[in-house]
Design a protein around this ligand. Structure first.
Ligand code: PGA
Length: 310
């Protein structure tokens, strides 16, 4: 004899068998009480035996009821397992995530990834930190799932969305003569030789463009491929620097560097999350993109722009 029973009947019965109450089953499953008793009645008809008995005001499982409860609980667990396996196959809460970020973005990207991976514990994340030029190449080769960078690249078809400000500020050692000045004209720095990032850097490109737009000549001094090195060089008196405020949290807090109050500064930029046009993002990559767009600003504290160290 083939049993003609449904998953829905077993689910309702499992809850009723656990609670020994139709009222609580109805609450748990958001059903009406008649709907619960109807499902159980149909199940009893298919099984051909009563599953509950009422003695006084109390409800008990019959012997058949106890047997069916064990099986309906096992079937319930199996269904849960199927959901997990399918979710994994779809990449929903597990899988891999390849993120590449601009050197400067590494100052906050690790924090973002840490928070994301707390929610998606089964995801294996790889983070590549490199400069803008190399990110452009990676996008052209369709390597990373997603990229976090300043200006979206030219010459590669991408989809990009801005998610957070990225102000560039001029920094000086705290004993610099201009530290207490306000509204310093940019022209004042025409003869300055700035400590700068390497030529493939997005920050460096943005500074050059901004000086060009304002018709002020920009001279580069020592080149360095890391923001950390630039900050140390500026602190040591090797020249002034222009860096993203994201890199300065610690130096401002410990009063090791000062932000100069220069006209037309900060240079206003934004961080973008970028993917190759037409790329089919995995569910994990989609989740990360949503996380960045919706929550990044909550996790990342920008140092106060007006912080000046005297
Ligand atoms: P960078 O990147 O670290 O290469 O300067 C920042 C950016 O993309 O603007």
């Amino acid at each position: 004899m083939a049993l003609n029973i449904t998953f829905r009947q077993l689910k309702v019965f499992e809850s009723a068998g656990r609670h020994l109450s139709y009222t609580r089953t109805a609450e748990e499953l958001h059903l009406s009480q008649p709907a619960v008793s109807m499902q159980i009645k149909q199940l009893e008809e298919s099984v051909g035996l009563p599953l509950f008995e009422q003695i006084g005001k109390k409800m008990f499982l019959t012997t058949a009821g106890r047997e069916v409860l064990v099986y309906s609980q096992s079937i319930g667990h199996l269904l849960e397992e199927v959901e997990v396996v399918l979710d994994e196959l779809k990449g929903g809460s597990s899988g891999t995530l390849a993120i590449s970020v601009a050197t400067t973005a590494s100052h906050f990207a690790t924090r973002l990834l840490a928070d994301f991976s707390k929610r998606y514990e089964n995801v294996t994340i790889s983070l590549d930190i490199t400069n803008r030029k190399s990110l452009q190449r990676q996008l052209a080769d369709n390597l990373p799932d997603l990229v976090i960078m300043g200006q979206p690249p030219e010459g590669v078809e991408v989809e990009s969305e801005a998610f957070m400000v990225n102000p560039l500020v001029m920094i000086a050692p705290t004993n610099h003569s201009l530290v207490n000045e306000t509204n310093i004209p940019l022209k004042h720095f025409e003869d300055e030789h700035f400590v700068v990032r390497e030529s493939g850097s997005g920050t460096r490109g943005a500074i050059q463009r901004s000086f060009d737009e304002l018709n002020v000549s920009f001279h580069t001094g020592i080149e360095m491929s890391s923001n950390e090195a630039i900050k140390q060089a500026v602190e040591a008196g090797l020249g002034l620097g222009i860096v993203s405020i994201h890199t300065l949290e610690l130096e401002l807090e410990t009063k090791r560097l000062a932000i100069l109050d220069v006209n037309d500064f900060p240079i206003q930029r934004h961080w973008h999350i970028v993917q190759r046009s037409g790329k089919r993002l995995t569910p994990v990559a989609q989740a990360f993109k949503r996380f960045v767009l919706e929550e990044a600003e909550k996790f990342i504290r920008l140092p106060n722009l007006t912080t000046e160290i005297v």
